[in-house]
Design a protein around this ligand. Structure first.
Ligand code: AMP
Length: 132
């Protein structure tokens, strides 16, 4: 059965898309740890990120770097942090989490409320600042 993230790539499940190329897709996390929390995924469905071939992991990392650059330009955090965990969704993904304050709790356990309208605007802002 296709993962929830494959269904997002295929448009079966809606998402706040921020970027896509031939091998990758990026969209806002629906339970964000900070405004602009973005997930970068390979289109190839694989559970464990370190089961990707080295060239695939490298390409996902480069794609994520470009998305992080877009987040930095759009939202002006101090920097964008990265978490890879993957205990909830069995489709490899990189969490990009903007850090706005040095005291910000940096954890997937911490969530912020963002309205539907806010999510649409954040995705648009990030999308406009990404150069792939
Ligand atoms: P983890 O597998 O623990 O690294 O985290 C999976 C992440 O996917 C969580 O932060 C969820 O909030 C996020 N997530 C789950 N379903 C969706 C969805 N339909 N759209 C966006 N993000 C999602």
């Amino acid at each position: 059965m296709a993962s929830i993230f494959t269904k997002i790539i295929e448009g079966e499940i809606p998402s706040y898309k921020v970027a896509e190329d031939d091998r990758h897709f990026a969209f806002l996390d629906i339970n964000p740890a900070a405004k602009g929390h973005t997930l970068c995924i390979p289109k190839k469905e694989i559970d464990y990120i370190f089961d990707l071939e080295p060239n695939e992991l490298s390409a996902l990392t480069k794609f994520s770097q470009n998305v992080a650059d877009g987040i930095d330009k759009a939202l002006k955090p101090i920097r964008t942090g990265i978490i890879v965990e993957g205990m909830e969704v069995p489709h490899a993904h990189i969490h990009l989490i903007p850090i706005y304050k040095e005291t910000q709790a940096f954890s997937l356990g911490k969530k912020v409320d963002v309205s539907e309208d806010g999510m649409i605007k954040l995705a648009e802002q990030i999308r406009q600042n990404i150069c792939l």
